[in-house]
Design a protein around this ligand. Structure first.
Ligand SMILES: Nc1nc2c(c(=O)[nH]1)N[C@H]1C(S)=C(S)[C@@H](COP(=O)(O)OP(=O)(O)OC[C@H]3O[C@@H](n4cnc5c(N)ncnc54)[C@H](O)[C@@H]3O)O[C@H]1N2
Ligand code: MOO
Length: 532
């Protein structure tokens, strides 16, 4: 069978299976809210029509070589409408996109702590000090030396309560406050003595324990301190260097700067962090048929990708410029591609070989290097990855060409753009994980399928019982494949929290599948305001 016929047969078979499925739960037990999955024949294309295929200073290192194109993807293949594509295996295409990102010259940027949230460390975070940097009291109470009872002493150079009047609350005026955090440098504590001490204050040399105030009894008349319970040597003292020694690596390069990382960096002595700048992304939306507002009419449709792709890429931690809508204008596309100063240009639509599909011809014209030209994945197989040459530069931005069908575009985002951006951002590749799939999912005979799914926690989250325990047996965490997963549809992905990677041939109910998380499943809201 020729490739086109085979594809058509596969699409028809998938659609047919969809119509015949009996996987639907009882309608009366299915809540209809937007956050519920639409259950499902997992193999269905979900389509009614089976034929619808429808700044601070930056330093940078010298540019490295582009990663080698995948076999059958090389630049010496014809770019034009008569080119013959051999799609790259999904996993290889994804790995090449990740390598491309990592191979890109390392730029770094010093950012004050208060601007570093959500960036990625370009260098390991190494402790600039011991933590704690001195032996410190872990509790409010008394610091003692030797066996008790202890003679209560005033702390040398220590604080006294300020002011003259006493309200009856807190220490009396002139009462010894003892050794306070951040204040006095305590003298040596002679054997048998006790001095009042605050949490976080320095421990005097030779002291051997702290007794919490609630575990101590003061005999005011005799000026003695008694312990209410056994005192262990070193108790409630945090020794210098307990958490780290100066020079210890606290975090590797590539770690995301979270609020906790900001706190750790400050504690370890940092005023600024060396970070990888966020990748900058241009989004070019192609297509004369697209409207930016109002209802579809006269064969025109709303642009679903302009609003979606920029926001999605921003959720992946990139800086995104407002989408440029270029229509089906090859000259405008050429101009945009040769003048972009972004790290990555994402185009939508125009990847196939129709009369208005200009991506391949323009890439050929400007001498771009095709690294991936078609991927064996459904939906989204016409997606591509290229390295551009811009005016005056041999090595320009990367280009990810997303197919125009909206779910096919999502597939391209997760297959090529996401791993590329992780690399460009200096992030380590994501660790793949697998979850049991509740229903059988039909596969493509030789391509990978990406199917929108939603995670379910197991039996505890199923009080209505409508999920049943089909395939999952124990009620453990599982994913439910969603309806409306056709290439032109967004209804399934809009209620999904991941995409299941379904190998050729499909998977049975109860088997484990790899899951690609959607970025908002673990949202980091720190890129807010970067839509420049
Ligand atoms: N002869 C062949 N034709 C097609 C093939 C093929 O293998 N041989 N593949 C089909 C597949 S699969 C896909 S996916 C599309 C990819 O097409 P393009 O990337 O060239 O995209 P367009 O033709 O521009 O658009 C396809 C479809 O998507 C709609 N679209 C485009 N942009 C948007 C947008 N921003 N928002 C909403 N919808 C959009 C467009 O109107 C079309 O309906 O090619 C198939 N054809
Ligand atoms: O089916 Mo296409 O695969 O919409 O990308």
């Amino acid at each position: 069978m020729r490739a086109a016929e085979e594809d058509r047969a596969v699409e028809q078979a998938l659609a047919l299976v969809g119509r015949q499925s009996s996987g639907e739960p009882h309608p009366a037990r299915r809540p209809q809210s937007a956050d519920q999955p639409h259950f499902l024949d997992p193999g269905s294309s979900g389509q009614p029509n089976a034929t619808d295929r429808s700044h601070p200073t930056e330093r940078s290192a010298p540019a490295p070589q582009s990663p080698h194109p995948l076999p059958n993807q090389s630049a010496d293949r014809p770019h034009g409408r008569d080119r013959h594509r051999r799609a790259a295996p999904w996993r290889e295409a994804r790995a090449l996109a990740a390598r491309s990102g990592r191979n890109t010259p390392a730029r770094v940027r010093r950012l004050p702590l208060d601007q570093a949230l959500g960036h990625v460390l370009a260098e390991p975070l190494v402790a600039l000090t011991d933590l704690p940097s001195f032996d410190t009291s872990a509790m409010d109470g008394w610091v003692v030396t030797g066996p008790g009872p202890w003679t209560i002493r005033e702390a040398e150079g220590a604080g006294k309560e300020k002011g003259s009047g006493h309200t009856g609350v807190g220490p009396r005026p002139d009462q010894d406050l003892g050794i306070l955090a951040g204040r006095s440098t305590p003298a040596t504590l002679p054997d048998g003595d006790a001095v009042r001490i605050a949490t976080g204050a320095r421990i005097p040399a030779d002291a051997n324990a702290v007794i919490r105030s609630e575990h101590a009894r003061v005999d005011e008349a005799k000026g003695l301190l008694h312990a209410k319970q056994r005192v262990l040597p070193g108790q409630d003292i945090r020794p210098r260097g307990q958490e780290c020694r100066s020079g210890d690596q606290l975090l590797p390069a590539g770690a995301l700067v979270t609020p906790a990382v900001l706190g750790l960096a400050a504690a370890a002595g940092y005023d600024e962090l060396v970070t990888v700048p966020r990748p900058r992304v241009d989004v070019l939306v192609l297509g004369d048929e697209l409207l930016t507002s109002g209802l579809p009419h006269d064969g025109l449709i709303r642009d679903a990708l302009g609003p979606m792709i920029g926001a999605w890429v921003r959720a992946l931690g990139a800086e995104v410029f407002a989408p440029q809508r270029l229509g089906d204008d090859a000259a405008a596309l050429r101009r945009a591609l040769t003048t972009s100063d972004a790290d990555l240009v994402i185009t939508t639509g125009g990847t196939a070989s129709g009369p208005a599909d200009h991506v391949h011809p323009v890439l050929a014209e400007i001498g771009a290097e095709l690294l991936v030209d078609g991927v064996a994945v459904r939906p989204g197989h016409p997606m591509l990855l290229a390295r551009l040459k811009t005016e005056g530069s041999e090595v320009g931005p990367y280009l990810v060409g997303l197919p125009g069908n909206p779910l096919a575009a999502v597939s391209g985002l997760l297959t090529l753009a996401e791993p590329l951006l992780r690399g460009l951002a200096g992030l380590a590749p994501e660790t793949p994980y697998q979850v049991v799939v509740r229903d059988e999912v039909h596969g493509h005979p030789h391509d990978t399928r990406l199917v929108p799914v939603v995670h379910r926690a197991g039996s505890t989250g199923d009080s209505a019982g409508y999920l049943g325990d089909a395939g999952t047996g124990s009620g453990a965490e599982h994913v439910v494949p969603l309806h409306y997963n056709g290439p032109a549809m967004l209804r399934g992905i809009a209620v999904a929290d991941g995409l299941a990677v379904v190998p050729p041939g499909g998977v049975r109910s109860g088997t484990e599948v790899e899951i690609l998380d959607l970025p908002w499943a673990s949202a980091t809201p720190w890129t807010e305001g970067c839509f420049t």
